[in-house]
Write a protein of this length. Structure first.
Length: 917
């Protein structure tokens, strides 16, 4: 570790020496201030761009900005902010003097507090309005940042579980103050860590999809650098109260920023929370409090900035479960939740998530001269994440929608079917019977050995990480800019489970229940930990499995940008080293020689490359082409076939490859702006892992697919038309295909040790990725008058598919099935075969959303915002948004293991009021 730290320090020093020469100061400079048109207060965090020289800065908390050592002559200033109208200003810069502009007035055009309502943090609804009378020349970075499609798709399509271009979140890179915060294990950014901190995470720099980035190499899904530096927050305070009928029903946020004070300090603080005793789904509660504290010191005339921030958002929430159509129809509720039941007159959810991810970030910015910036930072966080679940030993399945408790199980016995249907309709057996579970344990205490028959366990997935980033941005000449960076991250993931509640039992015996049944009399195989055989555990104790992941990630990247009158060109490369090692804390009885201690170290060396170009027909019309070739190491949860009990990895372990290309026509005129795009992305040598219960072997099976190939291709359209300064029409849509393009191999391992490394081809070719609509569209009308906002959207989607279960695509499961007209043909089994192997496509749907808002400026120039939003105004509750195929197969009774679905909630509202001072 010390050696790696020294190498990082040396590399950072070499970057500074090589690319940070102190250039002679010139006298030509420019300064100004940006103010809100309603309050006349300064606006912090506004991106200010000098178009001709490709130079940028961000306004301070009081709205001030400055450029030094700039070239004289004609220039265009562009001002961009998430909540305000984009402004262009043509100016003439006089040489050898301080030029002053302003104040620049920006009009707030969106209240923008509906992101929490949508249940998302990363996609904020930015209804940008073009500035009338803008000049002919426009900066490509500003226009591309204000992308019409992405601004609207994130919010409007979130109700359909849309993902941009069908990509997983692992292909989006998130930074905070220049430090990468994609987790080393899951590969995604933990949005719950910044829950209810909307105002503190709004500013930043976002790169859409592939493209040149000043803070990272980027990714096919885009990248974002969230700016949480206190000196860039607008001076003042804000109090927000919200009400909704979704997962939580109340939200409160209070924040205050001092702005950059005369002594060079800036301080920020925020506290917030969300709460629901029970949300829109029965048994689902929500308890959350969030906080943020930050301080920043600016000295040496702005050449040095040092910021320290800390934030967190501890949350406890109940989870919703999916179920089969039979259960949903019996209770007449498409959002039926089987995870809860009554206990002592209160609803108790068996599946509860408890998470807290406290984070500390220290960031330093050094500007030795105007052309060069070196940003260096270190971040650390510890994510405590646990989710509870029922478990049982030698007892009946406690889940209310277990297939043996449904009327369809009793085929041929209509009286019994009617009895169970009546019990379901009267809600007698539709929820968990907690009293019965306690009674079973009580009887075992009285007449048995006192070991738990039923208990609640908490499955923990904790993560400790430390990350280091240093990024250099320098202008090599008027046309050429260099960005380069060094990244390092160490991640330690702790995977274990604890006894959460014994439900009245005396203790729990730490043996594997499936191994006990299948290897009766073998005292070694049944042990979860041979180092502590026959161990009894109590509430709070670790049991079952306990292991660590040790992950090191290091990368060096560089990118050049060339900007000319008609062409912009960029190219870049990245070299990365990734290592992963499992360390077992228990010696498992099924794998005594391959479960305890540190396992094999797996190392991946990967090279990435990207290139792109922009052709400027004029200042308003552009044609862009982007291409990337990436290599990514497999995620730990995919590469280890059964990590809970062994160190075994998939037979063929190598990095997945990704190739992506897109072409875009982008236009921005005073009345019409938008983007038309076509994209193609191929994935090769990917992996996929699923778990399910195997009826034949009577155990849980982990099925790992390797050599998986996929294709994502399609078109995107986003157009905004403004016939007047008050009226806006928007048309957003995508038509795409996301599908598996080959038949990969799969390897199966069971938790009881009976199935070990069983390999078989999985017939997945031409199946679609599940839970992602492939056709989406929305038409919106917006009206803005005297700080009143009215928006109406009609949304539609289609071609959404069930998530396919690989076990249903194994030839070995259908050896008794023969086609019609052949010997031994069984019509019922043949129909079951077709049912199991045909991927379900959901029906399309249409929804309508409405939003009304008002900004009210008081006499003292303080501001009150009101916003009322409704999604699914038509109250359509029959839209399936996702689901999955069950892993169980019964050719004689396929009705017992039908698909499970998720449905859209009915009408949802969000009422928000905030006071700014």
């Amino acid at each position: 570790m010390q050696r790696i730290t020294r190498l990082i320090a040396l590399a950072s020093l070499l970057l500074s020496i090589a690319f940070c020469p102190l250039l002679a100061q010139e006298k030509t400079s420019l300064r100004g201030v940006v103010r809100d048109g309603g309050s006349n207060n300064g606006i912090g965090g506004v991106l200010v761009t000098l178009q001709s020289s490709n130079q940028q800065t961000t306004t301070e908390s009081d709205g001030s900005f400055a450029f030094y050592n700039i070239k004289a002559g004609e220039e265009t200033l562009l001002f961009s902010s998430p909540l305000h109208t984009t402004v262009e200003l043509n100016i003439t810069i006089t040489p050898n003097r301080l030029n002053e502009v302003g104040p620049i007035v920006m009009i707030q055009n969106k209240i923008n507090d509906n992101a929490q309502f949508a249940g998302i943090v990363d996609n904020i609804d930015l209804d940008q309005i073009d500035d009338e009378g803008a000049g002919q020349s426009a900066n490509t970075m500003v226009i591309f940042t204000n992308d019409v499609y992405l601004q609207k798709a994130g919010f409007q399509f979130s109700q359909f579980r849309h993902r941009n271009r069908g990509y997983d979140n692992t292909y989006e890179q998130r930074y905070i103050n220049g430090i990468n915060f994609n987790e080393g294990v899951r590969g995604v950014f933990n949005y719950s860590s910044i829950g209810a901190l909307n105002d503190m995470t709004r500013n930043g720099n976002r790169i859409n999809y592939m493209g040149a980035s000043p803070f990272s190499f980027g990714d096919i899904g885009g990248s974002e650098n969230i700016n949480m530096r206190p000196a860039n927050y607008t001076r003042g305070g804000k109090a927000t109260l919200s009400g909704t009928n979704r997962n939580y029903y109340a939200r409160a946020i209070l924040s205050y920023n001092t702005g950059l004070m005369d002594n060079g300090w800036a301080l920020s603080a925020a506290i917030g929370g969300r709460y629901a005793h029970e949300g829109a789904i029965e048994g689902v509660f929500y308890k959350n409090i969030s906080y943020m504290l930050g301080a920043e010191k600016v000295w040496d005339r702005g050449k040095h900035r040092l910021s320290v921030i800390t934030f967190g958002s501890p949350v406890e929430r109940g989870q919703q479960g999916s179920s089969v159509e039979e259960a949903l129809k019996l209770v007449c509720n498409n959002t039926y939740n089987p995870n809860w039941g009554w206990q002592n007159g209160k609803k108790r959810n068996a599946r509860v998530v408890k998470s807290w991810d406290p984070t500390l970030i220290i960031s330093h910015i050094w500007k030795p001269n105007y052309e060069t910036t070196l940003t260096t930072g270190i971040g650390a966080h510890y994510n405590r994440y646990g989710r509870s679940s029922l478990n049982w030993y030698n007892g009946a399945d406690p889940r209310p929608d277990y297939y043996r408790y449904l009327p369809s199980y009793f085929e041929g016995a209509p009286e019994v079917q009617e009895y169970y249907a009546h019990q379901w309709r009267t809600l007698e057996i539709s929820q968990i019977n907690w009293d019965r579970l306690y009674m079973a344990n009580h009887l075992n205490n009285m007449t048995g050995d006192g070991s738990a028959i039923y208990m609640v366990e908490e499955r923990r997935s904790d993560l400790a990480e430390i990350a280091f980033n240093t990024t250099l941005n320098t202008q090599l000449s008027k046309e050429i800019a260099l960005s380069a960076g060094l990244e390092f991250k160490y991640s330690q993931s702790k995977q274990f489970k604890t006894v959460d509640d014994l439900l009245g039992a005396k203790y729990l015996l730490d043996n594997d229940k499936y191994a006990e049944r299948d290897f009766a009399g073998n005292d070694q195989v049944v042990q979860n930990d041979l180092n502590k055989p026959g161990r009894r555990v109590w509430e709070g104790d670790v049991f079952g499995y306990d292991y660590r992941y040790h992950i090191y990630n290091a990368a060096l990247w560089a990118q050049n940008e060339h900007k000319y009158y008609k062409w912009d060109i960029y190219y870049g490369a990245k070299l990365a080293l990734n290592t992963i090692q499992r360390e077992g804390m228990m010696r498992n009885g099924r794998y005594p020689d391959n479960s305890y201690g540190k396992g094999k170290l797996h190392a991946f060396i990967n090279f990435d490359a990207k290139v792109g170009a922009v052709y400027k027909f004029n200042g308003r019309h552009f044609l862009t082409l982007n291409a990337q070739y990436l290599n990514r190491p497999q995620l730990e949860r995919q590469m280890y076939v059964s990590p809970d009990i062994s160190d075994i990895v998939a037979p063929t372990l190598k990095s997945k490859q990704i190739g992506s290309v897109d072409i875009n026509y982008i236009f921005s005129t005073p009345k019409v702006k938008g983007r038309l795009s076509a994209f193609y992305t191929g994935f090769w040598d990917d992996m996929k892992k699923v778990a399910y219960y195997d009826d034949t072997q009577r155990t849980f099976v982990l099925h790992t697919l390797y050599g998986v190939d996929k294709v994502h291709r399609g078109v995107e359209v986003g157009v905004e038309y403004k016939p007047t300064s008050s009226l806006t029409f928007e048309l957003i849509g995508t038509a795409a295909q996301y599908y598996y393009s080959n038949d990969p191999m799969g390897v199966m391992n069971s938790t009881n040790g009976k199935i070990m490394n069983k390999e078989e081809k999985v017939y997945m070719k031409n199946l679609y990725l599940g839970g992602v609509p492939q056709v989406l569209g929305t038409f919106g009308v917006g009206y803005f008058w005297n700080y009143w906002f009215f928006n109406l959207n009609v949304n539609g989607f289609g071609y959404n598919h069930i998530d396919a279960a690989p076990i249903r695509r194994l030839a070995s499961n259908y050896t008794t099935v023969t086609p019609p007209g052949t010997a031994g043909h069984n019509a019922k089994q043949y129909e079951a075969f077709k049912q199991y192997t045909t991927q379900e496509r959901f029906k399309g749907g249409v929804t309508m959303d409405l939003s009304i808002g008002k900004i009210l400026y008081l006499k003292n120039r303080d501001r009150i915002n009101f916003n009322f939003s409704i999604t699914n105004l038509l109250n359509n509750k029959e839209i399936r948004t996702g689901g999955f195929e069950q892993g169980r197969i019964n050719l004689d009774h396929p009705e017992r293991f039908t698909n499970k679905h998720y449905y859209m909630q009915g009408i949802n509202f969000f009422l928000n009021a905030s006071y700014n001072w």
